[in-house]
Ligand binder design. Structure first.
Ligand SMILES: [Zn+2]
Length: 198
């Protein structure tokens, strides 16, 4: 099911197609370690090319946002301000919400993909995150990881909307910001014990 949902915004590149052979991954933000040297294997939103590692993180992030949005859609009909809904409708809405929450990738899936895609943060990013974490602890606020994952989800939502509206220029601008946020989130989650073995 997950792959079926993803199919509308991500697809494999065709190595037999001259125009799609030998393309490079589009990840290039300095916080993500600069230009990725790997060959692209997937295309997202019809215009962005990714290597397997960066593509998997982008795909999982986009899927999580799509499932969350779908769950919120159904939840809107289940609140005290919606007058009396039929018991059958109520049951089916609850089933739909639970299905959306269960079928999408988990937070742990996403963090594993982040660490695999961005395993070696530049020193400057490490220092910036470490200072940010100290500040958050002092202020007892949300952690940098929580804040960055929220921002990443918002960016994924904006990218989905710009893709659906056919505004490729906006999708490309958002992608650069998404790379920065994803790389920083991977750095912030480094101590969470989810780093892939090997
Ligand atoms: Zn890459």
């Amino acid at each position: 099911m997950t792959n079926d949902v993803a199919r509308y915004f991500v697809r494999d590149l065709d190595p037999t197609n001259e125009l799609e052979r030998g393309l490079h991954c589009g990840v290039r933000h300095p916080d993500a370690g600069g230009r990725c040297q790997r060959t692209a294997t997937v295309k997202m939103y019809g215009i962005l090319n990714f290597c397997p590692e960066h593509g998997e993180e982008a795909r999982i992030g986009a899927l999580m946002e799509a499932y969350q949005e779908a769950a919120h859609f159904f939840e809107r009909f289940r609140n005290p301000h919606v007058p009396d809904i039929n018991e059958i409708v109520e049951r089916e809405l609850l089933a739909a919400v639970n299905r959306m929450r269960g079928e999408g990738p988990s937070d742990a899936d996403h963090e594993r993909a982040l660490l695999c895609a961005y395993p070696n943060p530049p020193e400057g990013v490490r220092e910036m995150i470490a200072q940010w974490e100290r500040d958050c602890r002092a202020n007892r606020g949300p952690t940098p990881l929580d804040l960055l994952l929220d921002s990443l989800n918002t960016l994924n939502k904006l990218m989905r909307l710009s893709f659906e509206d056919g505004e490729d220029w906006l999708t490309e601008i958002l992608e650069y910001q998404r790379q920065e946020t994803a790389a920083r989130a991977a750095c912030a989650s480094e101590d969470r014990g989810l780093r892939p073995v090997g």
